[in-house]
Design a protein around this ligand. Structure first.
Ligand SMILES: [Mg+2]
Length: 225
Protein backbone atom coordinates (compact mmCIF):
# COMPACT_ATOMS: atom_id res chain seq x y z
CA UNK A 1 0.00 0.00 0.00
CA UNK A 2 1.27 3.46 -0.93
CA UNK A 3 0.35 6.72 0.68
CA UNK A 4 1.03 10.25 -0.50
CA UNK A 5 1.68 13.17 1.83
CA UNK A 6 2.16 16.54 0.19
CA UNK A 7 3.16 20.05 1.11
CA UNK A 8 1.16 22.94 -0.42
CA UNK A 9 3.25 26.09 -0.86
CA UNK A 10 5.87 25.58 -3.56
CA UNK A 11 4.69 22.01 -4.15
CA UNK A 12 1.03 21.81 -5.21
CA UNK A 13 0.76 25.58 -5.38
CA UNK A 14 2.63 28.75 -6.22
CA UNK A 15 4.23 30.34 -3.15
CA UNK A 16 3.46 33.72 -4.70
CA UNK A 17 -0.31 33.22 -4.32
CA UNK A 18 -0.01 32.86 -0.57
CA UNK A 19 2.60 35.60 -0.17
CA UNK A 20 1.21 38.13 -2.62
CA UNK A 21 -2.53 37.51 -2.38
CA UNK A 22 -3.61 35.76 0.82
CA UNK A 23 -1.38 37.38 3.45
CA UNK A 24 -1.75 40.95 2.14
CA UNK A 25 -5.54 40.47 1.91
CA UNK A 26 -5.71 39.40 5.56
CA UNK A 27 -3.55 42.35 6.63
CA UNK A 28 -5.67 44.91 4.79
CA UNK A 29 -8.96 43.51 6.08
CA UNK A 30 -7.93 42.68 9.63
CA UNK A 31 -8.74 46.06 11.29
CA UNK A 32 -12.25 46.28 9.82
CA UNK A 33 -12.86 42.58 10.47
CA UNK A 34 -11.93 42.90 14.14
CA UNK A 35 -14.03 46.07 14.62
CA UNK A 36 -17.05 44.55 12.86
CA UNK A 37 -16.97 41.10 14.42
CA UNK A 38 -15.35 41.53 17.85
CA UNK A 39 -18.48 40.25 19.58
CA UNK A 40 -18.84 37.03 17.61
CA UNK A 41 -18.23 33.80 19.55
CA UNK A 42 -15.68 32.66 16.94
CA UNK A 43 -13.76 35.95 17.22
CA UNK A 44 -14.04 37.18 20.82
CA UNK A 45 -11.91 34.44 22.47
CA UNK A 46 -9.00 35.13 20.11
CA UNK A 47 -9.15 38.86 20.80
CA UNK A 48 -9.22 38.10 24.53
CA UNK A 49 -6.10 35.95 24.11
CA UNK A 50 -4.30 38.84 22.40
CA UNK A 51 -5.52 41.34 25.01
CA UNK A 52 -4.30 39.08 27.79
CA UNK A 53 -0.89 38.72 26.20
CA UNK A 54 -0.35 42.45 25.67
CA UNK A 55 -2.03 43.28 29.00
CA UNK A 56 -4.90 45.49 27.86
CA UNK A 57 -8.65 45.24 28.42
CA UNK A 58 -10.54 42.85 26.13
CA UNK A 59 -12.42 45.76 24.53
CA UNK A 60 -9.32 47.83 23.75
CA UNK A 61 -9.59 47.10 20.05
CA UNK A 62 -7.04 49.67 18.79
CA UNK A 63 -4.29 48.09 20.90
CA UNK A 64 -5.36 44.56 19.91
CA UNK A 65 -5.41 45.46 16.22
CA UNK A 66 -2.01 47.16 16.48
CA UNK A 67 -0.56 44.05 18.13
CA UNK A 68 -1.97 41.74 15.47
CA UNK A 69 -0.60 43.92 12.68
CA UNK A 70 2.83 44.01 14.32
CA UNK A 71 2.78 40.21 14.56
CA UNK A 72 1.95 39.95 10.87
CA UNK A 73 4.87 42.25 10.06
CA UNK A 74 7.18 40.18 12.29
CA UNK A 75 5.91 36.98 10.60
CA UNK A 76 4.88 35.67 14.00
CA UNK A 77 2.77 32.50 13.76
CA UNK A 78 0.57 33.25 16.76
CA UNK A 79 -2.42 30.95 17.25
CA UNK A 80 -4.89 33.83 17.60
CA UNK A 81 -3.50 35.58 14.54
CA UNK A 82 -3.70 32.40 12.46
CA UNK A 83 -7.28 31.79 13.57
CA UNK A 84 -8.35 35.32 12.65
CA UNK A 85 -6.50 35.23 9.32
CA UNK A 86 -8.31 31.97 8.57
CA UNK A 87 -11.69 33.60 9.18
CA UNK A 88 -10.80 36.60 7.00
CA UNK A 89 -9.66 34.29 4.17
CA UNK A 90 -12.85 32.27 4.56
CA UNK A 91 -14.92 35.35 3.83
CA UNK A 92 -12.64 36.27 0.94
CA UNK A 93 -12.89 32.82 -0.62
CA UNK A 94 -16.62 32.58 -0.07
CA UNK A 95 -17.18 36.05 -1.53
CA UNK A 96 -15.16 35.04 -4.59
CA UNK A 97 -12.46 37.68 -3.96
CA UNK A 98 -9.82 35.18 -5.11
CA UNK A 99 -9.39 31.51 -5.90
CA UNK A 100 -6.59 29.34 -4.58
CA UNK A 101 -3.76 28.51 -6.95
CA UNK A 102 -3.00 24.85 -7.71
CA UNK A 103 -0.59 23.87 -10.48
CA UNK A 104 -2.18 22.05 -13.43
CA UNK A 105 0.21 19.12 -13.00
CA UNK A 106 -0.73 18.84 -9.31
CA UNK A 107 -4.40 18.58 -10.26
CA UNK A 108 -3.56 15.83 -12.76
CA UNK A 109 -1.59 13.98 -10.07
CA UNK A 110 -4.47 14.26 -7.60
CA UNK A 111 -6.79 12.79 -10.24
CA UNK A 112 -4.37 9.93 -10.97
CA UNK A 113 -4.03 9.13 -7.28
CA UNK A 114 -7.78 9.25 -6.81
CA UNK A 115 -8.44 6.83 -9.65
CA UNK A 116 -5.70 4.52 -8.35
CA UNK A 117 -7.16 4.66 -4.81
CA UNK A 118 -3.94 6.09 -3.40
CA UNK A 119 -4.72 7.94 -0.16
CA UNK A 120 -3.46 11.52 -0.26
CA UNK A 121 -2.83 13.67 2.83
CA UNK A 122 -1.67 17.25 3.23
CA UNK A 123 1.05 18.34 5.66
CA UNK A 124 1.37 22.11 5.68
CA UNK A 125 2.19 24.89 8.12
CA UNK A 126 -1.21 26.45 7.39
CA UNK A 127 -3.90 25.30 9.83
CA UNK A 128 -6.00 22.28 8.89
CA UNK A 129 -8.98 24.62 8.63
CA UNK A 130 -7.09 26.90 6.22
CA UNK A 131 -5.92 23.90 4.16
CA UNK A 132 -9.49 22.67 3.74
CA UNK A 133 -10.65 26.15 2.77
CA UNK A 134 -7.79 26.46 0.29
CA UNK A 135 -8.61 23.30 -1.63
CA UNK A 136 -12.34 23.95 -1.49
CA UNK A 137 -11.98 27.18 -3.47
CA UNK A 138 -9.36 26.65 -6.18
CA UNK A 139 -9.02 27.84 -9.77
CA UNK A 140 -9.85 24.23 -10.66
CA UNK A 141 -12.99 24.12 -8.54
CA UNK A 142 -13.54 22.24 -5.30
CA UNK A 143 -10.62 19.81 -4.81
CA UNK A 144 -11.31 19.11 -1.13
CA UNK A 145 -12.61 15.65 -1.99
CA UNK A 146 -9.18 14.63 -3.31
CA UNK A 147 -7.72 14.35 0.20
CA UNK A 148 -8.07 11.73 2.88
CA UNK A 149 -6.91 14.06 5.62
CA UNK A 150 -4.79 16.99 6.72
CA UNK A 151 -1.92 17.61 9.13
CA UNK A 152 -0.59 20.93 10.34
CA UNK A 153 2.12 21.96 12.79
CA UNK A 154 0.03 20.94 15.78
CA UNK A 155 1.57 17.49 15.12
CA UNK A 156 5.06 19.03 15.08
CA UNK A 157 7.49 21.19 13.14
CA UNK A 158 7.90 20.30 9.47
CA UNK A 159 11.69 20.19 9.78
CA UNK A 160 11.78 17.57 12.55
CA UNK A 161 11.77 13.81 11.95
CA UNK A 162 9.52 13.20 14.97
CA UNK A 163 6.67 14.99 13.18
CA UNK A 164 6.86 12.49 10.32
CA UNK A 165 7.06 9.60 12.80
CA UNK A 166 3.93 10.95 14.48
CA UNK A 167 2.07 11.19 11.16
CA UNK A 168 3.03 7.61 10.21
CA UNK A 169 1.84 6.44 13.64
CA UNK A 170 -1.42 8.36 13.23
CA UNK A 171 -1.95 6.77 9.80
CA UNK A 172 -0.94 3.42 11.25
CA UNK A 173 1.33 2.56 8.30
CA UNK A 174 4.97 1.67 7.75
CA UNK A 175 7.10 4.77 7.10
CA UNK A 176 8.47 3.17 3.92
CA UNK A 177 4.97 3.10 2.41
CA UNK A 178 4.71 6.90 2.52
CA UNK A 179 6.04 9.29 -0.11
CA UNK A 180 6.41 12.93 0.87
CA UNK A 181 6.39 15.71 -1.73
CA UNK A 182 7.85 19.09 -0.82
CA UNK A 183 9.97 21.90 -2.22
CA UNK A 184 12.03 22.37 0.98
CA UNK A 185 15.19 20.33 1.58
CA UNK A 186 15.03 20.50 5.39
CA UNK A 187 11.50 19.05 5.35
CA UNK A 188 12.51 16.28 2.97
CA UNK A 189 15.57 15.49 5.13
CA UNK A 190 13.33 15.15 8.20
CA UNK A 191 10.87 12.89 6.37
CA UNK A 192 13.73 10.75 5.05
CA UNK A 193 15.18 10.46 8.55
CA UNK A 194 11.80 9.07 9.65
CA UNK A 195 12.04 6.40 6.94
CA UNK A 196 9.76 8.00 4.35
CA UNK A 197 10.33 8.17 0.59
CA UNK A 198 10.90 11.72 -0.59
CA UNK A 199 10.44 13.67 -3.80
CA UNK A 200 11.40 17.30 -4.23
CA UNK A 201 9.34 19.50 -6.53
CA UNK A 202 11.87 21.84 -8.10
CA UNK A 203 9.81 24.70 -9.47
CA UNK A 204 11.09 28.11 -10.51
CA UNK A 205 13.52 29.36 -7.90
CA UNK A 206 13.41 26.31 -5.61
CA UNK A 207 16.80 25.48 -4.08
CA UNK A 208 17.67 21.91 -5.15
CA UNK A 209 18.05 19.50 -2.22
CA UNK A 210 20.69 16.81 -2.69
CA UNK A 211 19.83 13.31 -1.55
CA UNK A 212 16.23 13.39 -2.73
CA UNK A 213 14.53 12.46 -5.96
CA UNK A 214 13.83 15.66 -7.88
CA UNK A 215 11.12 16.42 -10.42
CA UNK A 216 10.17 19.65 -12.18
CA UNK A 217 6.47 18.81 -11.95
CA UNK A 218 4.17 15.98 -10.88
CA UNK A 219 3.93 15.06 -14.59
CA UNK A 220 7.53 13.82 -14.37
CA UNK A 221 6.60 10.96 -12.08
CA UNK A 222 6.95 7.74 -14.03
CA UNK A 223 4.70 5.83 -11.67
CA UNK A 224 1.59 6.62 -9.68
CA UNK A 225 3.43 7.44 -6.48
MG1 LIG B 1 6.61 24.30 0.61
Amino acid sequence: MSIVVTDIEGTTSDIAFVQRVLFPYARVHLPDFVRAHAGLPEVAPWLAMVADEIRVADDHLPAIIAALLSWIDADRKHTALKALQGQIWKRGFENGEFKAHVYDDAVRALQRWKSADVPVYVYSSGSVQAQRLYFKHTEHGDLSGMFHGHFDTTIGNKREADSYRAIAARLNVEPASITFYSDIGAELDAAQEAGWNTVQLVRGDTTPAPGHRQVASFDSLDQTV
